[in-house]
Design a protein around this ligand. Structure first.
Ligand code: ADP
Length: 225
């Protein structure tokens, strides 16, 4: 589903963020991207959604040659990919339902489809009954679950999460990872960039470790180090 073939990324400041990255991810996999700050984890995620272009190599997602897409084709790529951030990025003046609705309205869904899907999504992220709350009325874990709901609302086939538990305590982090794991079990491929050693060690998933922009380890049912 994802193929990075000898991908390199130098930022305009001449910082080499990635060097010679080759990586294959199959449909339905769950993968942790780990490594110290600055290792290149976020750069990999940003390349996948074509927020930035590689300076070498090629990236394929499904049938898309990501680095060759025309700008007009990029929205179609992004419709298939959900993204979750460390700081949630919710619309604070909108309710839970409205935050999720925004993702669906962009896709041109009718109001009845939007309402139906909001209910399904709230069930997936265990937030039934909170539809009319504003983000400030929710705990941080609940806010992240809204963000996950928004990310999966459009029936994506890849979920990317960049430090999704970076602002959360251990118990809440577990709740969030349990939901992400359930989403993976429903058939969605998942890539999580994280520093969370406890979670990576306990979940025994594939772990791709980055160091100085290179893959230093790629192992299944693995631990953080
Ligand atoms: P990680 O997510 O593992 O912390 P990043 O992918 O954010 O790593 O960063 C990899 C390297 O690229 C770091 O040296 C970082 O400073 C650099 N970098 C990231 N984004 C930019 C940017 N927009 N401009 C210049 N350098 C950047």
């Amino acid at each position: 589903m994802i193929l990075f073939d000898r991908v390199a990324k130098k930022y305009p400041s001449h910082i080499t963020a990635l060097e010679d990255i080759s990586l294959k991810v199959d449909r339905g996999e769950f993968l942790f991207l780990v490594g110290p700050s600055g290792a290149g984890k976020t750069t990999i995620l940003r390349l996948l959604i074509r927020e930035i272009l590689p300076t070498g190599g090629s990236i394929i997602f499904n049938d898309w040659k990501v680095n060759k897409l025309k700008n007009s084709e990029v929205p179609y790529l992004r419709r298939q990919i959900g993204f979750v951030f460390q700081d949630f990025k919710l619309l604070n003046d909108r309710t839970v339902s409205e935050n999720i609705a925004v993702a669906l309205e962009i896709l041109g869904k009718s109001q009845s489809v939007v309402q139906e899907r909001i209910h399904e999504v709230l069930r997936i992220v265990h937030l039934e009954g909170k539809e009319d709350y504003f983000p400030r009325q929710l705990s941080l874990g609940e806010q992240q679950r809204v963000a996950i709901g928004r990310a999966v609302a459009g029936k994506i086939n890849l979920l990317l999460a960049d430090e999704p538990t970076g602002n959360l305590d251990p118990k809440t982090s577990w709740e969030v990872l349990k939901i992400i794991n359930d989403i993976n079990k429903s058939g969605i491929t998942v890539v999580v960039a994280t520093h969370n050693v406890d979670i990576v060690n306990s979940m025994k998933k594939r772990v791709v470790a980055l160091k100085d922009g290179k893959i230093s380890r790629d192992a299944t049912k693995s631990r953080y180090v």
